[in-house]
Each structure stands twice: as C-alpha cells, then as structure tokens.
Design a protein around this ligand. Structure first.
Ligand SMILES: O=P(O)(O)OC[C@@H](O)[C@@H](O)c1c[nH]c2ccccc12
Length: 262
C-alpha cells in the first residue's frame, strides 16, 4: 500500500469522527460561513507573479520542514509579500496542520485561503467554509469522476473556488469539467514522492485554456517559474522553499521582487 492509500484510509476514519463531534448545523452557523466569493483564480489571472504560498510544518516526503513558526506570522508575512493567496495544510497526522491553522490565518488576512486537505466528503467542504477557506483542493488520484463532479459542484454552491490536482494524463482526462476554476499539476508524485517539473510541461497542452493552470511542488527558482510561464502556467504553488526558512514572508517578498524585475 502506498502513502496516499494510507492517508485516505485514515482520512475516512477521521471524517466519521469529526461528523460525530460537530454537526453540520453548527458548521453552518459559523460567522465565517456566509462570506462572499474571494477568488484565487481571478487573483492569479491579474497577477504578474502568480505565487500561492503554503504553510506546511512537515510532510511525509520531507518529515520536518519547520515546527517553530507561528501561523499568524507566516500568513501576515505572505500577505505583505504580495502573494496571490495562501495554502494552509489542515491534515494533522501527516502534515502537522489543523483547521485552527486555517482559522488563525483567516483572522489575520484578507487574501484567498486554500484549505489544503485530502477531501473525500462534502462535510470537509462545509468545514473549509466554516473555518475561513475560499478555495478547496480536490485530488484526482483519490477521487472518481463522479466524486469530483459532486464535490466541485457542492463547493461552487458554497462560493468556494476549486483547484483540481492531477499528476498524469489519465487523471486529467477524467477531471476536466466546468465546475472547476483551476487545474493544478502536481510535480510531485504523491505515491513515490518523485518530483519533476517536466510533469507540468508535459500536461500543459492538454489543459483547456478556460482553466487557470497552476504548477505545484518542487518550485524553488525564478528560472523555473519563467520556464513554466512559457507553458501557460499562471499559478505557482510554493511550500518548502519558503517554509524551510526562518521568515517565509520575507523570503516570498524577495522572491516576488526578483520575479517582477525580470
Ligand atoms: O513544498 P513544495 O514542494 O513547494 O510543494 C507545495 C505543494 O505543492 C505541496 O505541498 C502539495 C501539492 N499537492 C498536495 C496535496 C497534498 C499535500 C501536499 C501537497
């Protein structure tokens, strides 16, 4: 069994437990529930840099990245840096994140927030909304076409943007549908952890132009972004390169300045 299978098995158990602890009604009563759409897709289309910066303490591929930072400082640092939006890992077991991280980031900022999670159930979309997310991630490798359709349509009804993540042509072919806003290509194979930016390049021509194209993972240089822009990418999801430093916001700021100077 690969790591992704393990994560999904644990996630199914976690969602059952969460549902029994917090009823849907309570999530819907969150003061954050009725917020208007705050579109990451539009922010990316209008941006010169297209950076989405991530909060990630650890990961199965890297174990520890940074355990000492405070999510509020990271969030305000990223917002000051001028990134288009922030991705917040909320999985606890494998990534050391939580829904409270999302809530803290929401309280501190106004830019679009992505709940970075292994979504398998509509309940997690209600949680995302209730804790302040504007965008959700759907991972094609763990969902059927039917599930992608149902979850993305439900997300749209909650005024959440949808970023659909693929890693190969087969996942892409089953996923293209109008209820998605952005198509992300993960350069990291979540089953083996191999990373190659060639994955984004190879899949770029197969993504219809009406979706904002996002390249995810393993991006650490200005040159890589310039290269990916030539393949039509408008969004660049960067985690470790910023999070491994003692001041992710300051590093994101410098990175964006260099990018915009080119
Ligand atoms: O830290 P990196 O290599 O810059 O990657 C960030 C992000 O793309 C990565 O964390 C990610 C992409 N898709 C995911 C799905 C689940 C968990 C994590 C991810």
């Amino acid at each position: 069994m690969n790591i992704l299978d393990k994560i999904v098995i644990d996630k199914r158990k976690e969602v059952i437990l969460r549902k029994s602890l917090i009823p849907i009604k309570q999530l819907e009563q969150s003061v954050l529930f009725d917020r208007p759409e705050n579109s990451l897709a539009i922010a990316l289309r209008n941006s010169a840099s297209g950076i989405i910066a991530e909060h990630k303490r650890r990961s199965p591929s890297k174990s520890e990245i940074n355990q000492s930072l405070n999510v509020q400082d990271v969030a305000t640092g990223y917002e000051d840096a001028g990134v288009c939006g922030m991705s917040v890992l909320t999985d606890a077991k494998y990534f050391g994140g939580s829904l409270d991280d999302l809530l803290i980031a929401r309280a501190a900022t106004k830019f679009p927030l992505l709940r970075k999670e292994f979504i398998i159930d509509e309940y997690q979309l209600l949680e995302a909304k209730a804790y302040g997310a504007d965008v959700i991630l759907l991972i094609a490798a763990i969902l059927s076409k039917e599930e992608i359709k149902n979850l993305s349509e439900f997300a749209k009804s909650l005024k959440l943007n949808v970023l659909l993540e693929v890693h190969n042509e087969k996942e892409l072919q089953k996923s293209i549908m109008p209820s998605l806003d952005m198509l992300g290509v993960n350069n990291r194979n979540l089953k083996t952890f191999d990373v190659s930016l060639e994955t984004s390049k190879a899949l770029s021509t197969l993504i219809p132009d009406d979706f904002v194209k996002v390249s995810e993972s393993g991006i650490s240089s200005i040159a890589a972004i310039q290269d990916l822009k030539n393949y039509g990418y408008q969004g660049f999801l960067i985690g470790e390169n910023f999070m491994k430093t003692d001041a992710p916001g300051a590093h994101a700021k410098k990175f964006i300045e260099q990018l915009e100077a080119k």
